[in-house]
Structure formats: structure tokens, C-alpha cells
Design a protein around this ligand. Structure first.
Ligand SMILES: Nc1ncnc2c1ncn2[C@@H]1O[C@H](COP(=O)(O)OP(=O)(O)O)[C@@H](O)[C@H]1O
Ligand code: SF4
Ligand SMILES: [Mg+2]
Length: 323
């Protein structure tokens, strides 16, 4: 069953030079019980997409499409309605853990503020829950009495995860939560996210990363974005084993293979730079960097084509007869 249905969603930024088309007609579902990944190079619209589900503020503008979450269109919620479902139904662990925690408040005060805001009245109960969850992420109960600045980067990340999940949101969004962490701490964070799912604290997770190797470890399915568009979506194993879009293939070829000495590996970086989203070209947005570009790629946008079970990609090389 789908917990979130995103249909032709368009989220732009209004600037003096025109609209930055950061998310430009993206469609996908998130099922209950799955970890769904969003991958793509920096600047392709991943954060814009997930943040637009929670809070849209200028210069971000909703230009079209819908995001139906548990029957309600997130694009139509008032600020008050959005505030109500935040933390209890839909929650985000933002890219920068420091931003998520109020630097002037102890962790327990931040937690109490948000619990009270959602109708909790018993502070002792809330603090008990906080201490239980801190123990779950292997943090001392003393962390409750500390300020964010007193915590190391890894501890702060775990404290942020506790705060974001305290009220058992159905859908948890993790935006590049492992990017600033060393490999060991990354593994701990991934294990914790799995643990949150197993314990029924969260039902589904959107895991955003520019690192495909991480998605391989955590996501059941994922989509690849390029310049505001979704170029491929499918079960993780299928997409990694048989990528259908040239961009996905190039992303995978740029990854070091596990177990092979890095000096013997030929890693292919993707030549060229992503295009400007102020004036994206018509046709396929990847054509300026694609080794297989054909004339009509520059004119016609490629449709999404079925290439396998639940596996779709948008490229003219794939034909279009079986969409
Ligand atoms: N406040 C803003 N105003 C104008 N453009 C923005 C703003 N925030 C992000 N962008 C642009 O939107 C595009 C998508 O950015 P973002 O969603 O942060 O990508 P990602 O998370 O994939 O790195 C980029 O081109 C970025 O420069
Ligand atoms: S549609 Fe054309 S330019 Fe785009 S990825 Fe496919 S072959 Fe390359
Ligand atoms: Mg981002």
C-alpha cells in the first residue's frame, strides 16, 4: 500500500533571473514498510523535493502536481495543518544536524517543546521516553541535559535522529544524514534507521543521498534524479545490476567496487557539469553529457519506459512502445 503518492510535482525557486526548476514533474509512490532512496549528484533537486513535502517557504514555490500522504495533499495543507502532522506523521532528519537542534536549549527542553506542541501534557512521561530512545541509539541519558554544542558530530546526529522520531512518524525523511560522517558512524546510522523500522517507530523511510553505494545497503527501491527530473526508478538490486539509463550507468561506474584494490580499479567520473536549472534545454536534460546523444534527444523529452518489474527509465534509447 502506498503511504505517499507524488504526481507530476513541480517545485521551483523564484529568483530575479526567473524560476529555478529544481523539481520539474516528478512522479513516484512510497510504500508502507519500505526504505525508498533518492540519488543523484549535488544540485539535482533531492533536498528541494523532500523539503517541499514538509515546509515550503519563499523563494520555494509549488508550481503544480500533488503529494498525497495518507489521503491528504501535502501541497494543500495550511501552515497549521502541516505543523500538526510534522513529527507525528511526517518527520525529517535534515542534512545538517546542527540546524535541527536549537543551540540555546538542552535536548530535553527541545523535546518537551515539540511534544507539548503536539498535545502531550506529562513532562515526566516525555522525558522517560526520551531517555529510552537515547539508550536505543546508545547515548547516555545525560545527553538529555546537554546542549547540542556539547555533543560530538556523531552524537549530535544520533540525538537529532531521536528528536525526529520521538513521536513515531509514519514517514521519516533522512536527507544526506550520513554525508558528514566517517564510515563507521555511517554504518551506525544505517543500522539505527533499520532498527527504527523493525521496532515499528517509523513505517517508511525516504533516504536521500548522492552516494549510491550507501543506497545499496539500505534502500528497497530507489529513484535517480538528474537536473530536476526522475530518470530511473526501480528495486535497488535491479537498478544497480542492470541500470537502464546512461546517467545511472555512469553513476554506478564511478563507484569503487567492494573488495577490489582501488589502484587496480578504473573509475569513470562523469564528464561535464549539470546544466543550469534556470533555463534547462528542452528534450532530455542529460543530452549535454550523454555519450549516446541522438538528434531527437535535444528536441523531445524521453518518456518513462518500463524496463523490468517495477523498473522504469526515461531515455530514447529504450524506445517507448511499452510504457
Ligand atoms: N533558495 C534557493 N534559491 C534559488 N535556487 C535554489 C535555492 N535552493 C536551492 N536552489 C537550487 O535548486 C537546485 C536543487 O537544489 P537542491 O534541492 O539543494 O539539490 P540537491 O539536494 O540534490 O543537492 C540547485 O540548482 C540549487 O542551486
Ligand atoms: S534520451 Fe538521449 S541524451 Fe538522454 S540519456 Fe537517452 S540517449 Fe542520452
Ligand atoms: Mg541536498
Amino acid at each position: 500500500m502506498a503511504i505517499l503518492k507524488v504526481r507530476d510535482l513541480k517545485i521551483y525557486y523564484s529568483t530575479p533571473f526567473g524560476h529555478v526548476k529544481a523539481v520539474d514533474g516528478v512522479t513516484f509512490d512510497i510504500k508502507e514498510g519500505e526504505v525508498f532512496g533518492i540519488a543523484g549528484e549535488s544540485g539535482c533537486g533531492k533536498s528541494t523535493l523532500v523539503h517541499s513535502l514538509i515546509l515550503r517557504k519563499p523563494p520555494m514555490v509549488h508550481m503544480g502536481g500533488e503529494a498525497i500522504f495518507k489521503g491528504k495533499d501535502l501541497m494543500k495543507l495550511s501552515e497549521e495543518e502541516a505543523r500538526k502532522i510534522r513529527y507525528t506523521e511526517l518527520s525529517i532528519i535534515p542534512q545538517y544536524a546542527m540546524n535541527a537542534l536549537n543551540p540555546t536549549k538542552k535536548i530535553k527542553d527541545t523535546v518537551w517543546d515539540l511534544a507539548r506542541d503536539h498535545g502531550y501534557t506529562d513532562r515526566n512521561e516525555v522525558e522517560k521516553l526520551l531517555r529510552e530512545r537515547l539508550a536505543m541509539v546508545k547515548l547516555s541519558p545525560k545527553v538529555a541535559d546537554m546542549y547540542p554544542v556539547e555533543l560530538s558530530g556523531g552524537m549530535r546526529q544520533r540525538a537529532t535522529m531521536v528528536v525526529s522520531t520521538l513521536l513515531n512518524p509514519d514517514l521519516l525523511i533522512a536527507d544526506e544524514v550520513t554525508s558528514a560522517l566517517d564510515v563507521t558512524t555511517q554504518r551506525v546510522v544505517i543500522e539505527l534507521l533499520h532498527h527504527f523500522m523493525e521496532e515499528g517507530i517509523v513505517k517508511s523511510i525516504i533516504f536521500v543521498t548522492h552516494d549510491l553505494a550507501l543506497l545499496d545497503k539500505i534502500a528497497d527501491r530507489f529513484m535517480v534524479m538528474y537536473a530536476g527530473k526522475m530518470v530511473e526508478i526501480g528495486p535497488t538490486e535491479d537498478v544497480i545490476k542492470s541500470p537502464a539509463h546512461p546517467y545511472t550507468r555512469m553513476l554506478i561506474d564511478s563507484l569503487p567496487r567492494l573488495g577490489v584494490h582501488y589502484k587496480r580499479q578504473k573509475l569513470h567520473s562523469i564528464p561535464g557539469y549539470p546544466i543550469s536549472l534556470l533555463n534547462p534545454p528542452k528534450g532530455c536534460r542529460f543530452y549535454t553529457r550523454c555519450p549516446y546523444v541522438m538528434d531527437h534527444c535535444k528536441e523531445e523529452e524521453p518518456p518513462l519506459v518500463k524496463v523490468g518489474e517495477e523498473h522504469y527509465a526515461a531515455c530514447h534509447l529504450l524506445g517507448g512502445e511499452n510504457q
